[in-house]
Design a protein around this ligand. Structure first.
Ligand code: SAH
Length: 193
């Protein structure tokens, strides 16, 4: 049974990467006019990559985290796996909505527009909501404390070092339009936070 969860995690990770790939490729073709904390951003993205990609791969291909395995019932792991499928569909949808404005680090592209439609009508950072749920669910599917905690911490580091700076950058770029937008939206949860 463990192997089934391992295969699932591997496949869903590659589906996730495949969703992002075209935007990653596209990004190289677009000129960026402004960035913020570039070096720190790159370092934190790398640390998040460790927790969201390397550690899950080590869980799949080695037994080094075996001593951290948790006793989560099969049904709980299956439910988390199902939610991860929904999460990746949501990830696809957000990418479509944000389109060429997406960037792996904090940047403003040439002709960037402020997206306030779709799920962006309710939250300013739907992709970050998605990342939180993703790292939470991957640890449950793996049923492993290390995968869980390291995933949450590595993503949390990127999130907390970025989100406030991102909002500052957006205000620099879009001014009152973004300030107004902030009043109408939650940060990662509609209305609440
Ligand atoms: N924080 C957003 C986007 C993540 S990608 C989310 O969670 O969905 C990061 C890039 O998106 C940043 O470089 C920023 O320039 C851009 N960005 C963030 N919010 C945006 C918006 N509402 N419209 C257009 N671009 C946005």
């Amino acid at each position: 049974m463990e192997n089934i969860f391992k295969i699932f995690l591997l496949v869903i990770l590659y589906v996730y990467a495949a969703v992002r790939m075209p935007y990653m490729k596209n990004r190289d073709k677009i000129k960026y006019v402004k960035d913020k904390n570039k070096k720190l951003e790159k370092l934190n993205v790398f640390i998040a990559w460790l927790g969201m990609c390397l550690v899950p791969h080590l869980y799949v291909f080695t037994d080094i985290f075996m001593k951290y395995s948790m006793k989560i019932p099969i049904w709980g792991r299956c439910l988390a796996a199902f939610l991860m499928i929904l999460d990746v569909v949501y990830f696809y949808y957000i990418h479509k909505e944000l389109s060429n404005n997406w960037s792996p680090i904090l940047e403003i592209r040439e002709n960037q527009n402020l997206v306030t439609t779709g799920v962006y009508k309710y939250v300013r950072h739907p992709m970050y909501t998605q990342c939180w749920t993703w790292v939470f669910l991957q640890g449950i599917v793996a049923s492993n404390t290390f995968v869980w905690i390291f995933g949450l911490l590595s993503w949390g580091l990127l999130y907390f070092s970025r989100v406030f700076n991102e909002e500052k950058l957006m205000i620099e770029q879009f001014g009152d339009e973004y300030k107004e937008y902030m009043k109408k939206t939650g940060r990662i949860i509609p209305k609440l936070f």
